[in-house]
Design a protein around this ligand. Structure first.
Ligand code: PRX
Length: 637
């Protein structure tokens, strides 16, 4: 593959950026023409942010898997598409060439078809990080089914909520998943979820951990048995379904400031083009490079930069089943050495957690293959940035600080490795086609440099969120109604003297815990379901490893003789309702919460107390009962 749209110099970046702003349609059409289409588009773009209604490459027909698989077969059939490293370092790794991956995707697409799956059906995937997850994702795309991957850290209740929202009739899972020293019983969690989801017709189960599972006759099937049936059919090729450019490719649930998680819907063509374009440019991918993105496919980073971006570019994508600290804190570096990784893309929280173990671990491995380092998911602090630069990149590898969101589909603001300047803790400049703008609280543009504001985007890019599944109005009110004619990101940002963006974090009630997005309202709802809880308020506080920790203030009318036990009970409730990823780090029992006379909780005060800033609480005289603040301050954890 060649990438005529790969930007090579800063000057070229500036020129391409200008062109992308003055003629976005011409700009994206030229890039789109590099892909395989079953029918060309009639019109490049139609949009308004009022409804919102955004459509790219209208009338075009394609299948994303032909672009990720078939088109590489002529020249790169034997190149590794996926290298898989097991959780257990003594288990043999697996390599799937483009040819083998193509064959496996076709096989599994047949399995889906044999079980009645049709174009447009929703399929939920709840699996560990094994190649079969990527195969299942691509098989869904090949047949035109809409995949919805659920991260393995979510509970049965969370899965049930998502299955119901998406009305997903099919599930693909594993008996269990290995994560470090743990063995997570995925199928059993699915069984619990299905108690309230009788509409699910089929559950296909891949054997990974050999954990005992219950298999219900007529509903549950073994992956391996279904594959055998396709083998007896003679393993025919599976013709890729012809999809409309705007057909939904997947739904991915993410948290917001209110209510339950929403299903972010991405399209087929726009998403493909943008993930490919951003992959090739941000990481400066070169043919033959081994790309190691440490995210889980349960999150958007895995969708875009393990599966679709790298595979559409014909790259070798390394998938890792385990965790960075198992069996020891040298695991990432061992993988880099073993596979001669060229591009390493990880999260600040992973870097911080590894820093704690000292520099001996990276020093023990040969990291000389590395060319580019990346971070994503949260602001990276300067200390972590410098550690990454010095002890991993040996000051030879540009670090790309990539800012984006589930809703944006791909990286929107980032330096391009070695091409545009890097600056510690700054995402820096927008990618071509991306038009950021800072606004004040009233929606007025904040112009010039050396300023800050709320980060919005004023023009659509191809992989922008299309809708929230089943509730378009929610999409409008969440992202497009705060400021007229702008997409609102929910993040605050600074634009420094050089015009570089620095993301300062969420300005809404959304937490970023170890790079995972969690709504405070969601955690409160879960805590409030516990028997003894009267009311609760959840805020974030700075956490050395996780970035943000979860601090819960709880009014409890149960027995508090053993506070630790009560805390454990509440934590267990949150685990049940949302999943272990949302467990509070601190739970403080309080007699009351600071409320205004109209009954609104003053989170600002609670946040300050959680942060330990007891002197600067601001005006508390408007509170219904200012005395509660004193009580909360003295019993602070
Ligand atoms: O607050 C921003 C933060 O992560 C949020 C998006 O979370 P999610 O949809 O789960 O996607 C994470 C992976 C793309 C953003 O609103 N965020 C993401 N990347 C960065 C970041 N904050 C600062 N710097 C980043 N590079």
């Amino acid at each position: 593959m060649s990438f005529p749209y790969q930007i090579k110099t800063l000057e070229q970046y500036r020129q391409v950026y200008q062109q992308s702003v003055s003629d976005p349609e011409g700009f994206w059409a030229e890039i789109a023409a590099q892909f395989t289409w079953k029918k060309p588009w009639d019109k490049v773009l139609e949009w308004n942010f009022k409804e919102p209604n955004v459509k790219w490459f209208i009338g075009g027909k394609l299948n994303i898997t032909e672009n990720c698989l078939d088109r590489h077969l002529a020249e790169n059939a034997n190149q590794p598409a996926i290298i898989w490293e097991s959780n257990d370092p003594s288990e043999h790794h697996r390599v799937l060439s483009y040819k083998q991956l193509h064959a496996k995707v076709c096989q599994f697409a047949w399995v889906l078809k044999n079980n009645g799956v049709k174009n447009g059906d929703r399929i939920c995937l709840y699996m560990g990080m094994i190649p079969e997850l990527a195969i299942a994702v691509l098989a869904c795309a090949r047949i035109g089914a809409v995949h919805s991957v659920i991260f393995g850290g979510f509970s049965a209740q969370s899965i049930a909520d998502r299955l119901q929202d998406a009305q997903a009739e099919y599930i693909i899972t594993c008996d269990g998943a290995f994560r470090g020293a743990k063995d997570i019983p995925l199928k059993s969690v699915i069984d619990d979820a299905l108690v309230t989801c009788p509409f699910v017709k089929r559950v296909i189960v891949y054997t990974r951990t050999r954990t005992p599972v219950s298999m219900i006759k007529g509903r549950d099937l073994w992956w391996e048995d279904e594959i055998n049936k396709v083998e007896t059919m003679g393993n025919p090729d599976f013709p890729a379904e012809m999809m409309d450019a705007e057909d939904p490719l997947f739904i991915l649930y993410t948290s917001g400031s209110t209510g339950k998680p929403k299903g972010v819907v991405h399209s087929s063509a726009g998403y493909m083009i943008y993930t490919n374009y951003s992959f090739v440019n941000v990481f400066q991918y070169q043919k033959g490079d081994v790309h190691f993105c440490t995210a889980d496919i349960g999150w958007i980073t895995g969708h875009s930069y393990i599966v679709y971006g790298p595979l559409s570019a014909g790259a070798t994508s390394l998938m890792f089943e385990g965790v960075p600290t198992f069996p020891d804190a040298g695991r990432f570096w061992n993988i880099v050495q073993k596979y001669k990784v060229n591009i390493l893309y990880t999260a600040p929280t992973a870097i911080r957690s590894l820093m704690v173990f000292g520099t001996e671990f990276p020093a023990n491995y040969d990291l000389s293959s590395l060319k580019v380092l990346g971070t994503v998911g949260e602001p990276i602090n300067e200390e972590a940035w410098h550690w990454y630069d010095e002890f991993i990149g040996h000051k030879k590898c540009p670090i790309v600080d990539t800012w984006w969101q589930t809703e944006t589909g791909g990286i929107l603001i980032s330096n391009l490795a070695g091409v545009t300047p890097a600056k510690p803790a700054h995402a820096t400049l927008p990618l071509p086609g991306v038009q950021p703008i800072l606004v004040d609280e009233n929606g007025k543009e904040v112009e010039g440099n050396g300023v800050s504001g709320n980060l919005c985007i004023r023009f659509p890019w191809p992989s922008i969120i299309r809708t929230t599944y089943g509730d378009h109005e929610r999409c409008r009110t969440t992202y497009f109604s705060t400021y007229e004619n702008l997409y609102f990101t929910g993040d605050g940002a600074l634009r420094d003297e050089e015009g570089f963006y620095r993301i300062t974090g969420r300005v809404d009630d959304v937490l970023n815990v170890s790079g995972h997005r969690i709504g405070t309202a969601e955690v409160e709802n879960a805590i409030n379901m516990h028997h003894g809880v009267v009311e609760s308020a959840v805020v974030g506080y700075p956490h050395e490893i996780k970035g943000q920790g979860i601090y819960a203030y709880v009014i409890y009318n149960g027995n508090l003789e053993d506070q630790d036990l009560a805390r454990k009970d509440i934590t267990a409730t949150v685990s049940r309702i949302i999943g272990p990823i949302a467990k509070p780090d601190k739970i403080q029992f309080v007699g009351g919460l600071p409320k205004t006379r109209s009954g609104k909780i003053m989170r600002r005060i609670l946040r300050k107390i959680a942060e330990g800033e007891l002197q600067s609480l601001g005006d508390t005289t408007t509170l219904l009962d200012p005395a509660v603040v004193e009580e909360i301050k003295t019993s602070r954890l």
